[in-house]
Ligand binder design. Sequence first.
Ligand SMILES: [Zn+2]
Length: 223
Amino acid sequence: MAEWTDNLALARLPIADLALLSPHLIAIHRIQGELLFDTTDIVDDVYFPLSAMVNLLFVFEDGSAVATSSVGRTGMISEKVRSNVRAVVAIEGTVAQMPAKMLDTLVAQRAAIAEMSLQQAHALLTHTQVISACNACHSIESRVCRSLLQAADCTGSDLIPLTQQSMASTLGIRRTSVTAVASKLQTLGVIRYFRGQVQIIDHDALQRLSCLCHGVLIGLRSC
Ligand SMILES: [Zn+2]
């Protein structure tokens, strides 16, 4: 049973502030591939992943898309991120949501909620910049490793229900490229892939093979 405090942005709030938010939150189980919103949707809610990981994808005019950030249990997705952005569930799990107008009302009344909202917006912006630079500059292998570490951070588990197709979509690369890296990582004993799930066997080795962006993202604590 998910609790609001499974999301660390909510967990860090003083009890009195969380008590003000709680009556407005609802928890919904989301399956992989489900859209929270698309580029043309009118979005009235903000989202706090409790166990799911949600990718925010920038969508180009030709319909192609690439993930510019991933938000898990330490983050918040505001309706304000929405220019050309699609939010899609990359890892199945629970997401809490509440009306954006109610959050705005509480932001105006409570300093701790206002600070949380501002920190999350800043973290997401910086996260997007890091991922964009990573996509442009770092090797596919190191990005796949970074993506696996990030997924483990987002879900709080080393057993991740993440298909190779989903990872390819997240990274904007071909599935065959993910398959090649996953095969190498399995041979090295770093991960195990079975039935659409990845199990991280050797966390330290995966960190050594990842680009340095994972450490930067950990510092942001947005996911
Ligand atoms: Zn990188």
